[in-house]
Design a protein around this ligand. Sequence first.
Ligand SMILES: [Zn+2]
Length: 266
Amino acid sequence: MDHEQACELLPGYVDEELSLSEAREVERHLADCPACQDVYEQQRQASRQIHEADLRVETPPELVKRIHAALPLRRSLWQRLFGAPERAAGTVKVGGASLGWAPLGAMAVSFAALAWSAGLYLSTPPGDTHLTEEIVDSHVRSLQFNHLYDVISTDRHTVKPWFDGKIDFAPPVIDLAPEGYPLVGGRLDYLNGRAVAVMIYRYKLHPINLYVWPGNDSGATPKLEVRNGYHLAHWSAAGMNYWAITDAGEGELDGFINGLRAHQAS
Ligand SMILES: [Zn+2]
C-alpha cells in the first residue's frame, strides 16, 4: 500500500471500519511512514474527543411548547400513524394531498412528543365534550396551517363532486350566498375516528367550518355552545350529523344554521 492509499484509508482505520486485510495493510504502512503516523495520531485524538464530548443538547422548553402548539389534533395524529380503531383505512380513500394539513417537518419532530401526548389522548373525556374539543382543535388548525381548503370554490357544483371517491358518503353541499353566507370551499378532515366532509363558508371575514358525516347523534334541534371563544352548534338532519363552528357571533351562527336548515327542509 502506498502513502496516498494509506491516507485515504486512515479515517476508516481510526474508526475501525476497515476490513481485516485493509487494516493489516494500513498498519504495515504506518510502521514505516512517520507522516501517516502523525496524521493517525491527530485523527485518533480528534475521534476520541468527539466520542467523549457531551454533544447531547437539551430541548429548550420554549421549543417543546412550540412543537406542542404546532402538533395537529393529538388523536388524529395517533390514528394517522397507527390506523383508526373503528373504520379500516381501506374504506376511506384519502389522497396524499388531502393529508397535507400537517407540515411533515412538524410530524417528524413530534415523534418524541407523541408518546407523551398519547397519555393525554387516553385521558381525554369521552362523548360530546371530546368531540367539541376535536372540532375546536380542527377549526383552529384549519386556520393556523393555512389549510382551510382542499378545494377552493364558490360553486357547489365543484365542491360536491370533489368529495366523490374521497369519502364513503355524499355530503349535502348547499350554497348560502343569498343568505350572506357564501360557500368558499371544502376539505377532508378527521373527527371521532372517521373521515368527515367539511364545507367552508364565510360570514363577512369570519370563516365557518361545517363538519358533516353520516349519523343521527344530535337530534333535530341545534345545540349551541361556546368553547374557547368560538361558537359551536350541532344537530342532525336527514341522516347526517352537522357541527358548525365560527368565531362570528352567536346571532350570525344562528342565521347560518337557519339558512342551512331551511334548504334542508325544502
Ligand atoms: Zn504514509
